[in-house]
Each structure stands twice: as structure tokens, then as C-alpha cells.
Design a protein around this ligand. Structure first.
Ligand SMILES: Cc1ncc(COP(=O)(O)O)c(C=O)c1O
Length: 419
């Protein structure tokens, strides 16, 4: 193949479009359809029924994760809200989260009346442990690391910091269902973990979430946070904590039935995406000229649904983008003036402006909050610098290893010419 870049009139590396598609939805077949049909025929759509699908999903997910307790809820956001409530986070508390995540992570913190404190990411595209330490104040009660795009963040360092400062850790695994870190599932290292099962996630039931923990009190408090009527539906249970009333994040049996089937497909989905990522990495140059690879603490455990390269400077990243597109590989930096990646804090207006649903300005004006958090669009320059140079690529279940190899070949060609 000629070295001449397609952008300069050469032959593109990728002649046919790379297949797209979502992971979970692409795996839907007759089994999900049968499971839903069975629930509908039974007429029992409420989760607190005998032989509940939701209950079975919770047990099956807990067994897979190797945790004692799991609770299904109706979204990833509610899973984080219930996890935070479960570990005792509330008004007056600051929670540190990364500047690169979906706004729902920050919204969940506000949802429990606590204050989001936004910290930088580093070349792992996850929380920068050094900035986490800098952001700790006397009001900090928890760290909320996010495992973006199937890649666990620098958990070991984050857990050390949490231990040193006596902070809770709630892991947002919404984009990392089934991902592992040093041999244990993401989400099981901290005090609680949260999955999302929404349409875009690794497995899906349309909308759904899971909170999980090894601590019974955390689980029970998360359960109260998800369902004020819980003590009525489960009147025979012995509660260790006094029930309290919050919101209702109850999932239906239809969601539970789909989630159960999808969970059985998780190994196949991740087996495939990990194979794709392996083929991509094997083809990718070991000595790139113009970029570094995203840092990954434990490459063997990550989900294999994404790869990122971080180009030396913004101008060069723009040139890579243009050249890669001409080679047939869709690319773009995460932070740019074109189509924005809405997972960056700069797009979280409701947080940056401390907007509140009521004139009281809660939670930022809550008298129990003694801190003084400030936000601005340029408050995380390191994050903006990295994301302005980070090119991200996705792998999905509809792709074959040849596609992954071609993607790497296109990057190699562009890097050779421009790096
Ligand atoms: C990192 C992250 N956290 C939280 C959420 C919220 O999940 P859900 O949409 O299921 O509420 C998402 C979903 O997009 C996410 O990507």
C-alpha cells in the first residue's frame, strides 16, 4: 500500500465503512423477545412478585460480580444516587468527580443534596489522583471515580487516597459493565458500584441500573433510597436500619427479564470487543511518532470497547483527524469546536451555574454546606488540553478483527506521515 496519505490523493486504507452499532442492542435476539413476552403473558409486571425477574437479575449479577448485595433500579443515575445515599453522602458533603464523565454523575451528587467538586483527568482519561488530593477539603466525604468507555481509571491510587483521608468511594461503572481491574470487577473495589443498562451501554434493557456493595447497611440504605414503600412490599423483612422516604427508582419486571438475558451475553460481547482491541493493539505501532497511547493500569481487564491516542499538540491532532477521516476512519478530538463530546464538564451548564430547581439555590446554599466550591468553564485546563488532543476510537460487536487491524493501519500511516 502506498504511503501517500489519502488526504493528499493517495489510496485510503479503509475502503469499506467500518460497521457501527451499540453493544447490548446489537445482541438482542429471540431470547429477549421471549423473556418480555413471558412477563407480559403472566400479567405480573411489578417487581415484588414471586419468582421476580428483577430479584433473579440482582442475584445473578451479584454472583457474577462476587459481591454480597445488588439492587436493580431504573437507571444508572438512580444507581449512583442510591449508592451515594447508601454510603451516607448527603447535604453539606463534597464529592470529587472527574471533569470527563456524563453530566448524570454530577447530577446524582446534586440529587442527594451534596456538592460536586470537579477534578482533572490525566492520560488515563480518568481521574487524576494528584488533582484529587489537591481538591480535598474538610468537607470532602467521597470520591466518585468514573470508568469511561470500558477503561477502569487509576483505581489503586484513588483507593490509597481515599484510605488516607478516610473518604468513601463510589465507582461509576455505567460505561464499564463487566470491566475488571487487577483481577476484580470494576465497582467492587470501592464502597459501592453502579452500572447503567441504558440503550448505549455494554448490556442493556433500554433503561436500567444496578447498585452493588459488599456492605449490608449500604445496600439496605440504597434500597430505601430506591423505594419509599419497600417496608410495605417486604413486610416480613427485618430491617437493620430505620426506613426513610426518598424517591422511587423501581424497575419493572420487563426490564428485569431483558437484563437477565443480556447478562448471559456479557461474556460473549466482551470476549468479542477484547479480541478486537487486541488485534488493534497488535497492529498499532509500538513506537508512535506524534502521539502517546491512553494510559491503562490493567489492560487485561478493560472492556476493549474503545482506544484513545493523545496527540502532541492541538494543531497536529486536527491534522490527524482530517487525515484519518480521508483514510476512512471516523475520528475527532473529544474537545473541539465542532461536534462536542458532551461528556466534558464544560457542557454541564446546570452545574457550572449552580442552577437549582427552587429559588433557595439548594444544594449550594444549604446552610449545612460550609465550603465554597467555585466552577468555571476553564477550571480544568489539563483536562481540556488532553481532550483537545485525544482521538478516540470505538470497537463494537458488529466489527471483525480485520476492521480493528485496518483502523490501526490507518493510524500508523497517518502517524508515519505527520508525526
Ligand atoms: C459515565 C456515566 N455515568 C452515569 C450515566 C447515567 O446512566 P443512565 O443514563 O442510565 O442514567 C451514564 C449514562 O450515559 C454514563 O455514561
Amino acid at each position: 500500500m502506498s504511503d501517500r496519505l489519502a488526504v493528499d490523493g493517495g489510496t485510503p486504507v479503509i475502503a469499506e465503512p467500518i460497521p457501527g452499532g451499540m453493544h447490548g442492542p446489537s445482541a438482542i435476539d429471540e431470547r429477549e423477545i421471549d423473556a418480555v413476552t413471558e412477563v407480559l403473558r403472566s400479567g405480573k409486571l411489578f417487581r415484588f412478585v414471586e419468582n421476580s425477574n428483577v430479584g433473579a437479575f440482582e442475584q445473578e449479577a451479584a454472583a457474577r460480580l462476587g459481591v454480597k448485595h445488588a439492587l436493580m433500579v431504573n437507571s444508572g443515575t438512580s444507581a449512583i444516587i442510591c449508592a451515594l445515599t447508601g454510603v451516607g453522602i448527603g447535604p453539606g458533603d463534597e464529592v470529587i468527580l472527574p471533569a470527563y464523565t456524563f453530566i448524570a454523575t454530577a447530577a446524582a451528587i446534586v440529587g442527594v443534596g451534596a456538592i460536586p467538586v470537579i477534578a482533572e483527568i490525566d492520560e488515563s482519561l480518568g481521574l487524576d489522583p494528584e488533582d484529587v488530593e489537591r481538591k480535598i477539603t474538610p468537607h470532602t466525604k467521597a470520591i466518585l471515580p468514573v470508568h469511561m468507555q470500558g477503561v477502569p481509571c487509576r483505581l489503586e491510587k484513588i483507593l490509597d487516597i481515599a484510605k488516607k483521608h478516610n473518604l468513601k468511594v463510589v465507582e461509576d461503572c455505567c460505561q464499564c459493565v463487566g470491566g475488571q481491574y487487577n483481577g476484580k470487577y470494576a465497582g467492587t473495589w470501592g464502597d459501592a458500584g453502579a452500572w447503567s443498562l441504558n440503550y448505549y451501554k455494554i448490556i442493556t434493557c433500554g433503561e436500567g441500573g444496578l447498585v452493588f456493595s459488599n456492605d449490608y447497611d449500604t445496600y439496605e440504605r440504597a434500597a430505601f433510597a430506591s423505594e419509599p414503600g419497600l417496608p410495605m412490599w417486604m413486610s416480613g423483612s427485618e430491617w437493620k436500619n430505620d426506613p426513610f422516604s426518598c424517591q422511587t427508582y423501581r424497575p419493572s419486571e420487563i426490564l428485569g427479564a431483558i437484563a437477565r438475558v443480556q447478562l448471559t451475553k456479557l461474556d460473549d460481547i466482551l470476549g468479542h470487543t477484547r479480541k478486537l482491541k487486541k488485534a488493534f493493539i497488535a497492529e498499532l505501532s509500538d513506537e508512535p511518532k506524534g502521539y502517546i497511547r491512553q494510559h491503562i493500569d490493567d489492560p487485561s481487564g478493560e472492556c476493549g470497547i474503545s482506544a484513545a491516542i493523545i496527540v502532541q499538540d492541538v494543531e497536529l491532532a486536527k491534522k490527524y483527524t482530517e487525515a484519518l477521516r480521508a483514510e476512512g476512519l471516523g475520528a475527532g478530538t473529544a474537545y473541539n469546536e465542532g461536534f462536542p463530546d458532551r461528556h466534558i464538564y464544560t457542557y454541564w451548564d446546570s452545574i457550572l451555574f449552580k442552577n437549582s430547581p427552587n429559588p433557595a439555590g439548594y444544594p449550594w446554599t444549604d446552610p449545612r454546606y460550609k465550603g465554597n466550591v467555585e466552577y468555571s468553564r476553564d477550571m480544568c485546563p489539563q483536562t481540556l488540553s488532553i481532550l483537545g488532543r485525544a482521538l478516540r476510537f470505538g470497537f463494537n460487536v458488529n466489527m471483525q478483527e480485520d476492521h480493528a487491524r485496518l483502523m490501526a493501519a490507518a493510524i500508523n500511516k497517518v502517524d508515519n506521515a505527520l508525526g
